[in-house]
Design a protein around this ligand. Structure first.
Ligand code: ADP
Ligand code: MG
Length: 473
């Protein structure tokens, strides 16, 4: 199938799809992308008609209503020969190889695949087999015992413990927020485990906002919203992870708002997480935001050195390896972005040493193994740098770039700088906006504008590419 699907595709269509995916990821965010768009693959392309393979019929409908217009627009701009895009239901390469792997493994039910994205589990969802279990599986490793506490997360930890331990509702909702990889999901699972252990009869539901949305949409599809609501009604503790995913999805927000209100009124505990504080959430209705912020809001700050050290030591012990102090210090100093990356770098070092049957982990070896990763950390582009380079390139001053002047000679470079800041840094739209003394909608507009112009204006596209190359080196 794979070979047939690719037969008529020259590399360029594949390349274009890759670029389109990058763009979609940027526009819709990683979570949405991983769930709905990553499972798609390019099929036949003939006479201007492009076929895109989708693993299931349900996903096909979803992609058509939510993403097809955008995919079409971006693709048309890249390749005017494309007249039509069809979505066809077919297992993608990744799916079929996964299925093969599973069917050739004697005890598939024993395979724990935590990395598998939600969307890869779609097979089977299309047959209506009564209503599915509402809660998502909990990771057995995410408990309070395995959660290291430091200055940056002690408040969130204390709040989570309090909710887990008390029978009565003390603050509702508990709203946890932080950047990625800092322990929100870990804390939520820890609360769920704790409650299940203390009082197995209490009904706890944990799910991501994306799963909430997916299940709600499925209920709509089967005209089964009453059953959907009924299940929530029976819950004692409801946890919804990553609610920023509901941004700009009005009908889901509405449904969530009602579920939320009725549970709160009945004195059930709700725990929410997001990547921003309730007030900073974009694309969420004001009334929902104020409801979300109406209980206790606890944020987890970026880690400090001490916490990173204690996490490294704990994880090394768990893995049963000897981690020299110097190596731990080196990692704790260098890998500061988040805990997921810190863990990842430790795992890499351990895997290498075991693979090469080295008996001990040394500093030299660690530096060597993490060379690429550290280089990219050292090279991280900043918004200041982008402003400086863009200003230089267009022969204006950084002050002018940040000013309110609207003359085209200044406004266009400013938009390009905003666009590059969005593409090359992990800063959010409001953060970028602040650097230019603008709000996030201006940045969003600039990003869209430049994106559009890149397809139309060759000299502008060249400028953007030249700047990008300079900044990436
Ligand atoms: P988030 O949900 O905020 O993106 P996660 O909860 O998924 O972050 O955490 C990312 C990884 O870091 C997980 O493997 C988690 O176990 C680990 N982690 C996060 N905080 C801690 C902590 N305080 N102690 C130990 N491990 C942690
Ligand atoms: Mg999480």
């Amino acid at each position: 199938m794979a070979a047939e699907a690719l037969k008529n595709n020259d590399g360029s269509v594949q390349d274009e799809w890759g670029q389109i995916c990058n763009q979609l990821k940027m526009e819709f965010g990683e979570t949405a992308f991983d769930s709905w768009l990553k499972p798609l693959s390019v099929g036949n392309y003939e006479n201007g008609v492009m076929n895109i393979c989708v693993p299931t019929a349900f996903m096909k409908n979803w992609v058509i209503t939510h993403y097809s217009d955008r995919i079409h627009k971006i693709w048309e701009r890249k390749n005017p020969n494309i007249r039509q895009i069809n979505f066809i239901v077919r297992a993608t390469n990744a799916d079929s190889s996964l299925l093969k792997k599973i069917s050739s493994t004697p005890t598939p039910q024993n395979i724990y695949m935590p990395e598998m994205s939600f969307a890869s589990n779609y097979n089977g969802y299309d047959t209506h087999d009564g209503f599915m279990q509402l809660s998502a599986p909990l990771n057995p490793n995410y408990t309070f015992d395995s959660f290291m506490v430091g200055k940056t997360n002690e408040f969130a930890y204390a709040a989570a413990r309090k909710v887990a331990e008390s029978r009565s509702v003390s603050f509702n909702p508990l709203f946890l927020y932080s950047g990625v990889g800092l322990g929100k999901t870990h804390l939520m699972h820890a609360i769920a485990w704790h409650i299940k252990q203390q009082d197995p009869k209490r009904h706890v539901i944990y799910l991501s906002a994306e799963q909430f949305l997916f299940k709600f949409v499925k209920a709509l599809r089967y005209k089964d919203t009453a059953a959907f609501k009924e299940q929530f009604r029976a819950v004692d503790v409801l946890m919804v992870d990553d609610v920023q995913f509901m941004s700009n999805k009005e009908s889901t927000q509405e449904e969530f708002f009602y579920t939320f209100n009725s549970l709160i009124e009945e004195g059930r505990q709700i725990i929410i997480s997001a990547d921003k504080s309730p007030t900073d959430l974009e694309g969420i209705e004001t009334r929902l935001k104020s409801r979300l912020g109406g209980g206790l809001v606890a944020d987890i700050h970026p880690t400090d050195f001490d916490l990173r050290m204690s996490i490294l030591k704990y994880k090394a012990k768990q893995m049963g390896i000897e981690l020299p102090e110097k190596v731990a210090e080196f990692l704790a100093e260098k890998v500061t972005s988040n805990i997921r990356e810190l863990e990842g770098s430790l795992k890499r070092v351990v895997a290498h040493s075991q693979l090469l049957s080295k008996n001990e982990i040394t500093l030299d070896m660690t530096q060597d193994i993490l060379k690429d990763m550290l280089r990219s950390i050292d090279r991280k582009t900043t918004i200041d740098e982008i402003q400086k380079k863009v200003a230089e390139y267009f022969n204006i001053s950084v002050k002018e770039l940040q000013s309110s002047r609207r003359a085209r000679t200044v406004a266009r470079p400013r938009q390009i700088a905003m666009y590059l800041a969005k593409q090359l840094t992990s800063r959010s739209l409001p953060e970028i906006g602040r650097k230019f003394d603008r709000d996030h909608t201006t940045v969003m507009h600039a990003v869209r504008k430049v994106e559009g112009l890149i397809g139309e204006d060759v000299s502008l596209a060249e400028s953007v590419n030249a700047l990008r190359r300079t900044l990436e080196n």
